[in-house]
Write a protein that binds this ligand. Structure first.
Ligand code: HEM
Length: 483
């Protein structure tokens, strides 16, 4: 042991709940999967910024705060990314579908990132903006004043179409509708806490249904990848870039080894962007002054502003920062220690699993005063570090799609808001739901009308009010436990 590590405390000294039986571990997993935000608050309130806890997978650490974030983002030889935790044993479709850029580390990760980078660079947005605008226009072209709509569903479908078209080069049509349905269905099963808690493959169980969904989805993706390869893999979309990927000795990679990459990239792209766009429009509808300010700014830019202009618009930028601070679509990420090493004051063994939280960091009062307040103006004076504000991650694993996501969200807001007033149906219960990313549990029912700038927020209930301060005649039932 060297001098530095001699001062380190053993992992067993990290505070946390008592060891649990297998059933206890499964129950903790169900609680975490159902509501990770609540779970993380509970642990932190009881045990502090670094906690050791147990679930079905074994012992985990929950690390909260900029110093841990910095170490986890920067020491990439020690802290490896972990693949998505999708239930399903080896040699199954589920196993193959979880192999993605998130499961690669070090040299392999670098090569894959390098392969995909050109698809996502900022300059591509100048090419894409016209198609994105067309998809936004199509998605709201059937809206009628006075109509009730599910904002979440509409925004999700819109982003799905953008991703299908720009990243996968797929045309509109029944085949892609079936693909969308297949992905949604599979995702619902895969992220169901009960499926994850009881991974038993018996006929008619939810787990069995998920495995069958996974088989079908894998076949669909393999089919479209084979067709694309046969047509030639030129093009600047993500699927073409994936299919051009070569082994380190220059050989073509079989589609069977790329199928998870193709699926997960598609999922993260539309899930996270769809949820962020929904949350941002929801917040603007609940905070009329911020909406008035954005409308003033858009009016000054003139009709159909280019993305260049929107990117420079300060109020829109502040609103998006504040929305992704308060309601980050990725509320936590995971790492795995690749060897024994030091983490903060502790010596941790190889294979230690660590969770760190974008959400918890963004709600720390020592970084953001009145953290639950939606206050876009705070961005005029603060400049948090990459370990304090990380809606798109940080370091070598910074989100590849952040330019695309911001371009879609800004173009959508710039088209929708000046035309449509969005009011949440009064007394809606807005609860969070964690699937592949953080979104509203049962969508967001809204009523739309022509934009007349006579803006009013709606009274709403639900655990959204733990995450965002929203005035309401009834006091909020807070699940947040003061740290
Ligand atoms: C508002 C929307 C989005 C949010 C909030 C978001 C958030 C994130 C975060 C927090 C990470 C880092 C995860 C970690 O450190 O483990 C990440 C990584 C990533 N994101 Fe996004 N993302 C969004 C949109 C997109 C889009 C549109 C794509 C396009 C395909 C995308 C592709 C990726 C990829 C490939 C990575 C992994 C990068 C790597 O490991 O090198 N994301 N994203």
């Amino acid at each position: 042991m060297d001098d530095a590590s001699a001062d380190l405390l053993p992992t067993s000294a990290i505070p946390g709940p008592k060891r649990l039986s297998i059933v206890g571990g499964i129950w903790e997993q169900v609680k975490f999967d159902r509501d990770p935000v609540r779970y993380m608050y509970g642990l932190r309130a009881q045990y502090g910024d670094l906690t050791r806890f147990q679930n079905r997978l074994g012992t985990m650490l929950l690390a909260i705060g900029p110093e841990y974030n910095r170490q986890l983002h920067q020491e990439t030889d020690l802290f490896h990314s972990r693949p998505f935790v999708l239930p399903g044993g080896k040699h199954t479709s589920q196993h193959r579908l979880r192999q993605s850029i998130f499961s690669l580390n070090e040299a392999e990760h670098k090569r894959m990132r390098h392969q995909l980078l050109p698809v996502f660079q900022r300059s591509m947005m100048d090419l894409h903006q016209h198609s994105i605008r067309k998809h936004v226009e199509n998605s709201v072209s059937t809206w009628q004043p006075g109509q009730a709509r599910n904002l979440h569903r509409d925004m999700h479908l819109m982003v799905w179409n953008v991703v299908r078209d720009l990243l996968y080069g797929l045309d509109d049509g029944t085949a892609t509708e079936a693909l969308h349905e297949g992905m949604e269905h599979w995702m619902l099963q895969t992220f169901s806490p009960w499926v994850r808690a009881f991974p038993v493959n018996l006929p008619f169980t939810p787990y069995n249904r998920m495995m069958q969904d996974a088989n079908r989805l894998e076949r669909k993706f393999l089919d479209l990848m084979r067709k694309r390869r046969a047509q030639g893999v030129e093009g600047n979309d993500a699927l073409a870039a994936l299919l051009r990927f070569k082994t380190s000795d220059g050989k073509e990679v079989p589609v069977e080894l790329l199928v998870g990459h193709a699926l997960i990239l598609f999922l993260v792209a539309y899930e996270t962007t769809g949820n962020t766009l929904t949350w941002t429009l929801f917040l603007l509808s609940q905070f009329p002054q911020a909406q008035q300010d954005v409308l003033d700014e858009l009016q000054a830019l003139g009709p159909n502003p280019s993305y260049d202009k929107l990117e420079q618009a300060p109020m829109l930028a502040r609103v998006l920062k504040e929305s992704t601070r308060l309601l980050p679509a990725v509320p936590y990420s995971r790492r795995l220690a690749s060897r024994d090493g030091a983490f903060g004051r502790y010596q941790i063994p190889k294979k230690t699993r660590v969770i760190f939280s974008h959400y918890m960091t963004h709600h720390l009062p020592e970084i953001y005063s009145n953290p639950e307040r939606f206050d876009p103006a705070r961005w005029e004076t603060i400049k948090p570090s990459p370990s304090e504000f990380m809606p798109f991650g940080s370091g070598v694993r910074t989100c590849l799609g952040s330019s695309l996501a911001q371009c879609v969200i800004k173009l959508a807001i710039a088209h929708i808001l000046p035309r449509w007033k969005i009011n949440v149906v009064p007394h809606t219960q807005v609860d969070r739901h964690m699937g592949i990313s953080l979104g509203p549990r049962n969508g967001i029912p809204v009523v739309i009308s022509r934009q007349d700038r006579d803006l009013h927020k709606s009274p709403i209930t639900g655990n959204i009010r733990d995450m965002v301060e929203i005035d309401h005649p009834e006091p909020a039932k807070r699940t947040r436990i003061a740290a």
